[in-house]
Write a protein of this length. Structure first.
Length: 291
């Protein structure tokens, strides 16, 4: 009754199902790991933001990558802005996550002569993207900046393409090593995302704290993939039973058709025999009459 499972169509369908099940299970665990990473990231951001500010030199050093555990830690830095080496970072969104503009990136020269990059905030792109925009001037003299410590951006981590041939003083990535080459001075690894003081007139617009409440849809996606994996064998069984039922019904109909044909043949034979007998009787009656 189940010999149809050995047909080419059913063998292919079964193999496809056997491949899909582990793939879907693996995709579910991938989404689960993304969920766990997001939860751990949120916990790190929350604990880092709640820490007390420390001097930037306690966390960063020239030429050293910022450890992930120190991301978003509040720091302070005191020095003088080097506006001659100020650049803007292209294709950045404002706090509304819709308006496209620039981040203003200005080196701050510390008392020991080292530099640290400060992201002073967001400004609108304006109409002419080929020219350096009008940037609100940085405070003069010695200033103290408070902000969140951030790691250098790279294409591999951020997914942002480091486009070359941009207009002067425009960059795609915030990277202390690249900016150290421009200034010719030692620069601390990473950069400060300024949170205080508030600039006059609210511009540049300070970058808001990162969201650390949302966990995203990854857990829902994981459950969804696992449900799909469970549905494959269930669907296979349903299809097999339907195929078996359809084949049994077709066999019954074929048998019923054959029985009907046999009955019709038998009736025809009986009728033919009757005609033959009736003919013989007529002949006999004719002979008697003649006599």
């Amino acid at each position: 009754m189940y010999r149809f499972l050995l047909s080419r169509q059913w063998v292919i369908l079964t193999l496809v199902g056997l491949v899909l099940i582990p793939v879907m299970i693996k995709l579910g665990f991938w989404q689960l790991h993304r969920h766990e990473h997001k939860v751990a990231q949120n916990q790190l951001i929350a604990s880092s933001l709640a820490a007390k500010p420390v001097p930037v030199t306690d966390l960063a050093a020239p030429g050293r990558d910022l450890p992930h555990r120190d991301m978003w830690r509040p720091v302070t830095a005191t020095g003088r802005y080097d506006t001659a080496h100020e650049v803007v970072v292209r294709q950045r969104t404002a706090a509304d996550e819709q308006s496209i503009g620039y981040y203003v990136l200005t080196p701050l020269v510390l008392g020991d002569g080292d530099d640290v990059l400060v992201n002073r905030g967001w400004i609108s792109a304006g109409d002419d993207l080929t020219k350096f925009p009008d940037v609100p001037p940085a405070p003069k003299g010695t200033v103290t900046v408070t902000g969140r410590m951030m790691a250098d951006e790279t294409t591999a981590v951020s997914g942002i393409k480091d486009t070359k041939g941009l207009p002067p003083r425009q960059v795609m990535l915030i990277n202390s090593k690249e900016q150290a080459k421009r200034t010719g001075r030692p620069m601390l690894g990473g950069y400060i995302e300024q949170s205080a003081p508030e600039p006059p007139g609210g511009t540049p617009e300070l970058v808001p704290e990162p969201d650390h409440d949302s966990i995203g849809p990854h857990m829902a996606y994981a459950i969804q993939w696992w449900l799909f994996a469970a549905a494959v064998p269930v669907g296979w069984v349903v299809l097999v039973r339907r195929e078996r039922r359809d084949r049994a019904k077709a066999a019954e109909e074929a048998a019923a058709g054959a029985d009907g044909a046999d009955d019709a043949t038998e009736v025809a034979e009986v009728a033919g025999t009757g005609r033959e007998n009736g003919g013989s009787a007529d002949v006999a009656r004719s002979a008697v009459s003649t006599d």
